[in-house]
Each structure stands twice: as C-alpha cells, then as structure tokens.
Design a protein around this ligand. Structure first.
Ligand code: MF3
Ligand code: CO
Length: 248
C-alpha cells in the first residue's frame, strides 16, 4: 500500500532525514584506513543514540547492526565486522536508517579511502550522478518508470551496469513501503507520483556485470564478477512545491 504523507508528516520525516544525513557526515569524517567496519558502525550507533533516535536497521528481520557497510565488490547489506579492515584504495558504501518520532530516514553514500583507482572514482561519481539525474525533473505526475530509465541510461552511457536484484522503495512509518523503485525501466511506464509520496531512490551501480550473488550470512550482496560496486541513496518527498530531498 502506498501511504500519502501530509505536509506536517513530511516535516517530521525531514527531521529523521536530517539526522540520517548527520550520521553519514559523522561517518565520513571518521572513516580511515586501518579501521574495521565494526568500529565505523559503532560510531553511527553512538551518534544516533546521542540524538535520541534509533537505528532502524538494528533488529530489522534480525539484522545485527546499525548500518550496512559494503566494501569494494560488496554491493549492499555488508554486515559490519571485526574482521573487515578498511584499506587505502577501497570504496566503502555506508547505508544507514534512523527512526525518530516514529518516522524513518534512509540514505547511503560511497566513500573513497585515500587514493583509489580511476575506475572506482568514476563509478562512485556516476552512481551519485544517477541519483541526481533521476530527481532532476521529478514532480507530481511523473511516471515511476522515468526514475529507473534515467538511472539506467546514465549508468550504461558510462559503461557501467545497474543492479536488478534490489530496488528502492516507499518509506514513512515503515522503512520499506510501496511502491518499489527500480533503477532500470522504461520512460512513461508505471504509476504516476502523487503529492505526499515519499520514496528512497537508491542506485546500486556495478563496474562490470549487473549480476550479484548473496553471501552465506543471508545478508551480504556482492558482484558476481568481483568488480567494484557503488551505492548512493536519499529519502525524497514529492510535494506540490516540487521534490524535497530529506537526507541532504
Ligand atoms: N537501507 C536498506 C534499504 O535501502 C535496507 C537495509 S536492510 C537492513 O532498503 F536489514 F539492514 F535494515
Ligand atoms: Co533504502
């Protein structure tokens, strides 16, 4: 079911969104080569708790951490671990969700650690650009398929591929609401966006094949060919005054 949010509810979601963005900023400042992904997750947990909010991933379907941290060929849902050390040259995708006053925020960034290869740098840039292409002329009445079309066109024009196995989603009191928001598709297809809809748009872009495989831990998703992958996500409200990006 797609839920429509009132302007007052969108204002509350903007608060959750702001905290989500702040967590990512704190993580970006803290991340360094030599640190484990578990240490980085702890920083997010502590910051979220200090704000009087709750990390929405923790305990979600049994998920054991506050963030997903996915290094290099990991696409998404990397479980933070004492055994995963971040190194110079890595790209590190961090996905975080916050619930505050009952409303969810969800966002992801991919950080570059020190000097990274030209391919990785371009992949991270193009993944972020895919998001901004998708929201460029987004407004009430835009067909949902236009989002996927724009993400896919930009990724593929740059020689990269779009993950199909995971998609963006509606968001509100629940982290995952309808509709699904694929990063691939045809212009002019799908439902039309209505005022008061809030969606998480989250391109997951691979340097090589779009195909992915799931780790035995039941969460982690990695590229099938071992080439790098990047992720960029924001929570976006559709309003009569235009699009509001709540996690920027
Ligand atoms: N943030 C992810 C998404 O965008 C969900 C994370 S799954 C969790 O859909 F289990 F970690 F919460
Ligand atoms: Co999401």
């Amino acid at each position: 079911m797609i839920t429509i949010k009132s302007p007052e509810e969108i204002a509350l979601m903007a608060e959750s969104g702001r905290l989500t963005k702040e967590v990512l900023e704190v993580m970006e400042k803290s991340v360094k080569a030599g640190m484990t992904t578990k240490q980085l997750d702890k920083i997010a947990y502590d910051y979220i708790k200090s704000c009087g909010a709750y990390p929405s991933f923790l305990g979600y379907s049994g998920y054991p951490a506050s963030t997903c941290i996915s290094v290099n060929e990991m696409v998404v849902h990397g479980i933070p671990s004492d055994d995963i050390v971040i190194r110079e040259g890595d790209i590190v995708s961090v996905d975080v969700g916050v619930v505050y006053n009952g409303w969810q925020g969800d966002a992801a960034r991919t950080f570059l650690i020190g000097q990274v290869s030209e391919e990785k740098r371009k992949l991270v840039d193009v993944t972020r650009e895919c998001f901004f292409k998708a929201v460029e002329d987004l407004k009430v009445g835009t067909p949902l398929g236009d989002i996927g079309f724009k993400v896919q066109s930009h990724a593929e024009a740059n020689g990269f591929s779009v993950v199909r196995a995971l998609v963006g989603h509606g968001i509100g009191r629940e982290m995952h609401e309808d509709p699904s928001v694929p990063n691939f598709g045809k212009k002019g297809t799908g439902i039309r966006l209505k005022s008061g809809m809030v969606i998480a748009i989250e391109p997951m872009i691979n340097a090589g094949t779009y195909q992915v495989e799931f780790l035995p831990d039941g969460w982690g998703v990695r590229t099938k060919d071992g080439k790098p992958s990047a992720h960029y996500e924001n929570t976006v409200a559709i309003t009569d005054e235009g699009v509001k990006i709540l996690t920027l």
